[in-house]
Design a protein around this ligand. Structure first.
Ligand code: ATP
Ligand code: MG
Length: 431
């Protein structure tokens, strides 16, 4: 006997019972983004591999070991399942010349793919919502993007997510710091793990970001970048903080918050919770003024962030924010030949009026159909038997208004059903 095929490890199905929460999350996301004027951009899941190598950087976890790459068997092109969204978004902005006329505020949401060791909060297929702005260079947009996060956590009822902030300054300012950092790490060469050794000369800032607990003490003692920033960088950083203070949003400056690549600059931030164990970062972002040019576009300041949907959904569930399972409006019970001929038309007529109908499929006795109606959570059963069919009527039975007069079932003409139901919605207390 052949074995059943299972989903790929680290790539999960999201089933009814949980998927409703995902939809609710997505609805919240869309109206939140709209309230800040962000426009959706829909991007391919597959991009040319060199795009990610250039945008994310060769010396990063993602490019070194996490990408799902393959050769297009038809033309030999090297392709990759997107591990994140910024690269594709920047490619599209350049390709379609989007930022030429006016600045852009864009967002995307969807699946990303990274070949990681699956564990809680870390999957091989996961979802991100990402926000990117192009053409704004001042600290105002950075601050606005940070405020966006705060508002979203609030909209989602999450109060455990805290803001960490840092500034990377500019490339030239980092050069001297980088040299100091390398000297420091060289002093502790025996404490460096494999990743760190490999990055010591190619991407030493990234070592600060290591999660290896054995290196934490050594990292904590490393020189800090802040002292190397010039007046302009400091003013930008101060501009971001000023807005946060004015609005009263608490933040912590974390000097170890870094990005390793040349085109990242100035603001970096992360939103972190202590409720998810080791995978506590739910959102990460910052400024990347050099990337558009790096990928062949005209120099364009840019700033963005991406959040991990699985981690947020887990947080929402754990804080009791699961939506009530929603029933339907009407369960349509029908039995007998004439009734069953009439039933689809009645169901469609109700749906014309915006009423949600669960239509009994697969036959069954009245009794078993009524059981299904009760179990469906519907507010009403619309019942059609031979009696009703020959009179051009239906029986309307409230299912969830026990103890009130509205509990009475009644026979009404087919034309009245929709009105009766709509009335019950508008004057009923369970509407
Ligand atoms: P980490 O340090 O946790 O590996 P990262 O730096 O690789 O994170 P980013 O590339 O900044 O993560 O992605 C932004 C967000 O996407 C993360 O903060 C996280 O919430 C989420 N994320 C990243 N990788 C995964 C994954 N494999 N599974 C689920 N969510 C993820
Ligand atoms: Mg990672």
């Amino acid at each position: 006997m052949s074995q059943n095929i299972q989903s790929v490890r680290g790539m999960n199905d999201i089933l009814p019972g949980e998927s409703e929460l995902w939809e609710l999350f997505e609805e919240t996301i869309r109206s939140w983004l709209k309230s800040y004027g962000y426009k959706p951009i829909r991007l391919p899941i597959v991009e040319p591999t060199p795009l990610f190598k250039r945008a994310i950087g060769e010396v990063t976890d993602i490019v070194e070991k996490e990408m799902y790459s393959f050769e297009d068997s038809l033309n030999g092109e090297q392709l990759t399942l997107r591990p994140e969204g910024t690269a594709g978004c920047v490619r599209a902005v350049i390709q379609h010349n989007l930022a030429a006329q006016r600045p852009q505020r864009l967002y995307y949401m969807g699946q990303m793919f990274r070949h990681e060791r699956p564990q809680k909060g870390r999957y091989r297929q996961f979802n991100q919502v990402g926000v990117e702005s192009f053409g704004f260079s001042g600290p105002d947009i950075d601050a606005e993007q940070i405020l966006m996060g705060a508002r979203l956590w609030d909209d989602l009822g999450l109060d455990s997510i805290k803001l960490q902030l840092n500034s990377l300054g500019q490339l030239e300012e980092r050069a001297k710091y980088r040299a100091e950092l390398v000297t420091y790490f060289e002093k502790y060469a025996t404490l460096l793990d494999e990743d760190a050794k490999r990055r010591l000369y190619s991407n030493p800032l990234r070592i600060l970001d290591s999660k290896n607990s054995a290196m934490q003490e050594m990292i904590a003692g490393a020189p800090q970048l802040m002292g190397h920033l010039g007046a302009e960088s400091m003013a930008h950083f101060e501009g971001v903080q000023q807005v946060l203070r004015d609005v009263g949003l608490p933040y912590e400056i974390n000097p170890r918050l870094v990005r390793g690549l040349d085109y990242y600059n100035l603001t970096v931030f992360e939103w972190v919770t202590d409720r998810l164990g080791a995978q506590g970062t739910v959102c990460a972002g910052g400024r990347y003024d050099g990337l558009v040019e790096q990928l062949g576009g005209k120099p364009t300041p840019a700033c963005g962030f991406a959040m991990g949907v699985e981690r947020l959904v887990t947080l929402i569930r754990e804080s009791g924010g699961d939506p009530e399972p929603e029933g339907t409006d009407v369960y349509l019970v029908h039995q007998g030949e004439a009734a069953s001929r009439m039933a689809p038309r009645i169901a469609e007529g109700l749906r014309d009026q915006g009423i949600n109908v669960l239509y009994n499929c697969g036959g069954g006795s009245f009794k078993s159909q009524m059981k299904k109606a009760d179990a469906s959570g519907a507010l009403f059963a619309v019942i059609i038997g031979d009696d009703e069919a020959s009179a051009g009527e239906v029986t309307l039975k409230p299912l969830r208004a026990e103890g009130t007069e509205r509990n009475e079932q009644k026979r009404i003409s087919v034309d009245q059903v929709a009105d009766e139901i709509m009335n019950a919605f508008f004057d009923g207390d369970d509407a």
